[in-house]
Ligand binder design. Structure first.
Ligand SMILES: [Zn+2]
Length: 478
């Protein structure tokens, strides 16, 4: 059965942590919790102690506006917060301050759309601001652990929740969208997707118009694709055995790479939403929205189009460069130093980025400034090194931070093009291999053997074209 025959419908609910904010959504506590002592960034507000009052983080609102524009959702003029009540150790207040309420609440923004590469449009249902719950961790897997650990440092950090319509036809398509979303939030400078747990998602999936199953607790986008693939094979085998797929919420266990049932629909909680009495409704001034719209940074889609138009590089290269602002910036810096933008883009996309990925480092931590990188391209352009040597030099430059010409000198890897040097080597070979020389005099095809010997003697550094010329010259001279 192909994926199309299965009638796969996937919807996503993504939580983007506003990692660049210094303080939490409703208090002044630090958001810097990764790798820190647990339960140290706390105050009466994020702990929900009696008498404490939340104060809304202004920048979080501006970020939500910017992301709304980027996802083409309509920002609602009135902003309201609601309490979602539930009793669970990850929420010290026993309620979460959020925005949506099924009974007449107003999300932050609604009805957006994001265009995919194949021009398919993914509909964005809504976007809203809310606070992150505490971080729960386990010893090993969730159901084998004897204890649950809670770190309230994360409780109260700003989240933007994005809900899509069930428009994805495959786990792969969902993953492409998630990666796209990551590059959008990174280009807006509101979240760093590389930080653990900064972008999490829940997913819902149905096959053949059947029952929708929710998958919770997916910690990264890579895991999302895995979880959805697992869920498809699970539901497929149930359908094959004519067992009804149950309406339920399942947990993604990334250690065992399976989904396990958390609760069935009948047990679904009633969150008793009601307007948060400690936060007044806010009307967003149109001037503020206009200003944010005017100050929007270049989004990956526009950046890609501009790179293609301005530098005449391939769409495929431009797309990869535009996905990460740092890459695009680096490419443009190189473009000011070296004349061939196409060659730069090919080497950045085809060699530099994969080399960095192999080392698990970013462009910022790699020790190869644009000047060095362009120096390498110049060595290649002037024929001083060949492509395979250039790749070795690039690796060495990334690791050592040395300039490529210095590395080449050290390696003695400069391509030998000098006729006199090559002639000396050829002379030696002619002396050592008289039979091969005789053969070449009789049969022009036998010359390749002599070229090969010369290449070997120069450890592949000599230019084969020059070797050929020198040998022919010598044969003709007799
Ligand atoms: Zn606090």
């Amino acid at each position: 059965m192909s994926e199309n025959d299965l009638g796969i419908k996937i919807g996503l609910e993504i939580h983007v942590q506003l990692t660049h904010l210094k303080t939490k959504l409703f208090c002044g506590c630090s958001t810097d919790f990764r790798g820190k002592e647990p339960n140290t960034n706390l105050c009466p507000i994020c702990m929900g102690l009696p008498g404490s009052l939340p104060v809304l983080n202004e920048q979080a609102v501006k970020d939500a506006v910017a992301l709304s524009f980027a996802l083409n959702t309509q920002v609602q003029s009135k902003m309201l917060f609601f309490r979602k009540n539930y009793y669970y150790p990850d929420m010290p207040k026993n309620f979460q301050i959020t925005q949506y309420d099924k009974a007449g609440g107003v999300p932050f923004s609604v009805n957006g759309k994001v265009k995919m590469e194949n021009s398919k449009e993914i509909r964005i249902t809504r976007l809203q601001l809310e606070e992150d719950p505490a971080r729960l961790s386990y010893e090993g897997t969730i159901d084998a652990s004897t204890a649950t650990f809670v770190d309230y440092n994360r409780a109260g950090i700003s989240l933007i929740e994005i809900v899509t319509e069930p428009d994805f036809g495959s786990p792969k398509e969902a993953r492409i969208f998630l990666d796209k979303l990551r590059s959008i939030v990174e280009s807006l400078g509101i979240s760093d997707g590389a930080l653990e747990g900064s972008m999490r998602c829940d997913a819902n999936i149905s096959l053949k118009g059947g029952i929708r199953v929710e998958i919770k607790n997916i910690s990264s986008f890579k895991e999302a694709e895995r979880a959805l693939n697992f869920e498809i094979s699970r539901q497929k085998s149930l359908i094959a055995k004519e067992i009804k797929v149950k309406r339920e919420t399942r947990h993604w266990d990334e250690v065992r790479r399976i989904t396990v049932s958390l609760r069935t629909k009948e047990e679904e909680q009633d969150y008793r939403y009601f307007p948060e009495p400690d936060l007044v409704p806010i009307t967003l001034p149109p001037e503020l929205l206009d200003k944010i719209k005017l100050d929007m940074p270049e989004l990956p889609e526009n950046l890609k189009d501009r790179l293609v138009a301005q530098y005449r590089i391939s769409i495929a290269n431009a797309k990869i460069l535009a996905e990460n602002k740092e890459y695009a910036k680096y490419f443009e810096q190189c473009g000011k130093i070296y004349h061939d933008a196409n060659e730069i883009s090919n080497w950045v996309v085809g060699d530099l980025i994969p080399s960095l990925a192999k080392r698990n480092i970013s462009l910022q931590t790699a020790k190869i400034p644009p000047e060095s990188f362009c120096g390498l391209l110049k060595l290649l352009d002037t024929g001083q090194i060949n492509r395979s040597t250039a790749k070795t030099v690039l690796d060495e430059a990334i690791d050592s931070g040395k300039a490529p010409d210095a590395i080449v000198r050290q390696m003695g890897a400069t391509k030998i093009t000098d006729e006199t040097t090559i002639l000396q080597i050829v002379n030696k070979i002619f002396e050592e291999k008289p039979t091969a020389v005789q053969a070449a005099i009789k049969d022009p095809n036998a010359i390749n053997y002599l070229v090969g010997l010369t290449m070997k003697a120069t450890k592949g550094q000599a230019d084969p074209k020059v070797i050929n010329q020198v040998i022919r010259m010598k044969l003709e001279a007799g």
